[in-house]
Design a protein around this ligand. Structure first.
Ligand SMILES: Cc1cc2nc3c(=O)[nH]c(=O)nc-3n(C[C@H](O)[C@H](O)[C@H](O)COP(=O)(O)OP(=O)(O)OC[C@H]3O[C@@H](n4cnc5c(N)ncnc54)[C@H](O)[C@@H]3O)c2cc1C
Length: 415
């Protein structure tokens, strides 16, 4: 039986594009991604077949503007679609996000920001090169920014540097947790441009460069055997004096810094996967307690009051999570109000923590047989636990920021 939408198009007043896209991803997820998901998890291997199919069905170009050959989804349409994908394969949805951000940030998001006409024209020419690779060749882009220090938290400049040389840049540095390492065709690396005569690295000089996987000096290092999200293959990436040409820029110099300060919801895009995982934990529980999970004996467990209470509590948590998240993805825009930013942090915190809480409750409520590896619940449980750790908006950092910003206006001190 086909799953119901997470966000019913009529009830949530989705646009026609959102209704179409979420239906497409849900059907694809249920029919194609879900049966393959156990394999990527067991092997900690990358879902290459999924990406081939996503090239064929257009999903690699979901946020490429329609005028440039893509589906033309905006921020909200993409987020809703990614939540549907997260229901069926967390690792594919999370890595899809890394890929999609290379087009969302260079596409609709950049179009909202201020740059002079000549720079914009050049940016459009360059992003056209990247979009042609994605749409034509099925090129997949990763998004390694984490380095193990404060840079990924957004409070320091990236230690990976880019030095300008004739025709391009020379990049040096190391990224940790680079999802799609060894499998993406291009690594969309956030790094800091070093300037002649300036010793200190500045966040203002952040560059976003797409480095080809086979460029000299690129190496994938380290093992990958994590608790959850195993199919993301998030190994370390090292760049040793790697030359990239100027056309590698996914954003013009200075634009990433402008985006990070003016378009904060750009950091909320890790949450859709976990919105989907929370829904998946709930769906599994209902089907299992009704004795309807495919392949399991039709034993009903729904008549026990304690299980009914647990499901009711899960439903309340799911509805709270959906409502806050839907509001937040609906108000993503440049220069949001302070309230909207606080709400975005609250939404990220809520989705990440509640996905893990819903999965934990599902395991306890469904009982022993439900946590066997032949069923998806234990994978959902492990995958969901990873959401709160994602920088720059970890659950802890969201709480830190909400507390501080709620109590202090800009520039206020206690001195
Ligand atoms: C499955 C998975 C996939 C991932 N994929 C990617 C990816 O594709 N690309 C990518 O770039 N990253 C990715 N990450 C990395 C993720 O976003 C984090 O950067 C990573 O989990 C941080 O690990 P850590 O042990 O260095 O964290 P932490 O030690 O928690 O944080 C690193 C640094 O951030 C700062 N920090 C942390 N907490 C606070 C705080 N409360 N207050 C102030 N500063 C703080 C500190 O300077 C700290 O040293 C992935 C992570 C996971 C789990």
């Amino acid at each position: 039986m086909a799953d119901a939408p997470i966000f019913d198009p009529a009830a949530f007043r989705l646009t026609p594009l959102e209704a179409r896209l979420t239906a497409q991803v849900r059907e694809f997820g249920q029919a194609v991604l879900a049966p393959r998901a156990p394999r990527w998890d067991r092997e900690a291997s990358f879902p290459t077949e999924n990406y081939r199919d996503m090239h064929a069905n257009g999903l690699l170009g979901v946020c490429i503007p329609a005028a440039e050959g893509g589906i033309g989804a905006d921020y909200r349409a993409y987020s809703l679609a990614a939540a549907e994908m997260g229901r069926y394969c967390g690792a594919t949805a999370l890595t899809w996000n890394m890929h999609v951000c290379s087009t969302l940030w260079s596409g609709p998001l950049s179009d909202d920001l201020e740059i002079d006409a000549a720079t914009r024209a050049e940016h459009h020419r360059r992003r056209g090169l990247h979009y042609a690779r994605i749409l034509g060749d099925g090129a997949v882009y990763a998004q390694p920014f984490s380095e193990g220090g404060a840079a990924a938290a957004g409070t320091a400049a990236f230690g990976t540097t880019a030095r300008r040389v004739p025709g391009g840049y020379v990049v040096t540095g190391k990224k940790i947790f680079a999802s799609l390492a060894g499998h993406a065709d291009f690594y969309g690396v956030l790094c800091t441009e070093t300037r002649e005569g300036e010793d200190a690295l500045s966040r203002r000089n952040t560059l976003y460069l797409a480095i080809p996987r086979d460029a000299p000096g690129v190496a994938v290092e380290g093992a990958w055997d994590p608790l959850g999200m195993r199919g993301t293959v998030s190994r370390n990436l090292v760049f040793r004096d790697t030359f990239v040409e100027e056309d590698a820029a996914l954003m013009p110099p200075g634009l990433y810094f402008q985006a990070a300060t003016r378009w904060p919801h750009m950091f909320l895009t890790l949450s859709p996967t976990y919105m989907g995982l929370g829904q998946a934990a709930y769906d599994f529980t209902v089907a299992y307690l009704r004795g309807e999970w495919p392949g399991m004996p039709p034993v009903k467990r729904r008549m026990y009051p304690t299980k009914q209470i647990a499901v009711a509590e899960m439903r309340v948590m799911l509805e709270q999570t959906k409502a806050l998240w839907f509001q937040s993805i609906s108000e993503a825009r440049p220069d949001p109000t302070k309230d909207q930013v606080l709400r975005a942090w609250a939404a990220q915190h809520t989705v990440m923590e509640n996905a893990a809480a819903l999965a934990a409750k599902a395991v306890r409520t469904c009982g022993g047989q439900a946590m066997l590896k032949s069923l998806p619940l234990e994978r959902i449980y492990r995958d969901a636990r990873c959401g709160s750790l994602m920088l720059p908006w970890t659950a802890e950092l969201c709480i830190d920021r909400i507390g501080r910003e709620a109590l202090y206006e800009r520039g206020e001190t206690d001195a």
